[in-house]
Every structure is written in structure tokens, then in C-alpha cells.
Write a protein that binds this ligand. Sequence first.
Ligand SMILES: CC(C)(COP(=O)(O)OP(=O)(O)OC[C@H]1O[C@@H](n2cnc3c(N)ncnc32)[C@H](O)[C@@H]1OP(=O)(O)O)[C@@H](O)C(=O)NCCC(=O)NCCS
Length: 182
Amino acid sequence: MTCTKLLSPAEEPVIFPPVVSRQAKASDIEAVVELDRLCFGRRAWSVRAWWEVVTLPEWTTVVLEDRGEVIAASVLLPAAAVFWLASLAVRPGRRRRGLGRALLCDALARARDSSARWLSLEADRANRVAVELYRKEDFGLLRRFREDGRWRQEMVHRLGRRRSVRAGSGERQTSARPVSLI
Ligand SMILES: CC(C)(COP(=O)(O)OP(=O)(O)OC[C@H]1O[C@@H](n2cnc3c(N)ncnc32)[C@H](O)[C@@H]1OP(=O)(O)O)[C@@H](O)C(=O)NCCC(=O)NCCS
């Protein structure tokens, strides 16, 4: 499966009418916090973390909106070589319609447009649905680790020429991460 349905960031906002894709703004914070809680429960980010990823320029937060309702969101931390997808969530009643893949492909397109080499993300190993989506979009396993009693894994999609990416190599701006991850 490839990211053929997605428009590049330069061609925003339409993905699948009437759903529109756009950068999140401060007025979306309440909606993305609610979406995050619906999708991640007690592991959802704080309001403050969402405030940071929506308003600070180093983050790119994209929402999908259907007639005024935020139905999905992604959070991307761009960096020179390795873009990091920090969050991806689709409202429960809106799943299985290609929205998660569309946001993932949007992140890939943004990373590619910036000449990044890799898109990286972390997922619970037990999150079968998400891991399957990433696998289908050519993400490979980089490392497994334990966090808060759960097995997690970092997966990467190679965008450009082969380049060595090691955990803790300093290529990623980990210091800007919010408190909890996907
Ligand atoms: C993971 C998530 C973003 C997928 O969003 P989605 O819009 O339902 O996904 P899509 O419709 O684009 O489906 C993409 C792929 O995901 C997988 N998938 C999605 N729903 C699935 C399901 N219920 N069962 C099995 N696989 C599923 C399939 O591989 C699917 O590919 P296919 O269409 O070729 O079969 C969504 O389930 C979600 O928000 N989950 C809760 C939050 C979360 O876990 N986020 C990821 C954290 S790492």
C-alpha cells in the first residue's frame, strides 16, 4: 500500500471532501485534547503539552476537520535529517476510512519535501492496528524498549539515501518532546 491518495502539504487543504486538512491553531486545543483522551485515555497528553505542540513553531500539528469537527490529528517534529511523528489519532467513529493513513502520508510528504532522510515514530508493540499501518507504509523496526511497563518499539521509514541512525545519536530533537508519547 502506498501513499497515493494524499496531497502534498503545498496542495492543502482538501484530502477527501468534505474533510479538510489544515494546521492546528490555538482555538483547536480543546478539540485535540478531547480527541487525544478518547484515543489514548490516561496516557493522553496534558493540555499544556498540546498547547506547546499547537503553538510553538518547532512543531507541526495537523488536524482533519469535517464540517467544523476535528476528527483526526497528527503531531510532527521536523528536524534536519530525522522527522519524528509524535502523535497520530483518529476519532473512534471515523476509523477505517483511510484518515490515519492520510495523516501518516502527509507526515511523510512533509519530511520528504524538507529533504529529511527518515521519519521516525514510536508505538506500543501491542498496538496491532497502528503497527500494521506503519508496516504497510514501509516502516521498519529500529529498536524495542520498555517504557512505563509496556513494550514499545521505534519504527523508521527511510526517505532518502542510506544513513546511519542510532538511538541516542543526537540527530533528533528529543529535548523538545512533550511528557508522554504515542
Ligand atoms: C491507528 C489509527 C490512527 C489508524 O487510523 P485509521 O484511520 O483507522 O486507519 P486507516 O483507515 O487509514 O487504515 C490504515 C491501516 O491500518 C490498519 N487498520 C486500521 N484499522 C484496523 C482494524 N480495526 N483492524 C486491523 N487493522 C486496521 C490496516 O492495516 C489499514 O490498512 P488497510 O486499509 O490497507 O487495511 C487509529 O486506529 C487510531 O487513532 N488509534 C488510536 C490511537 C493510536 O493508537 N494511534 C497510533 C499510536 S502509535
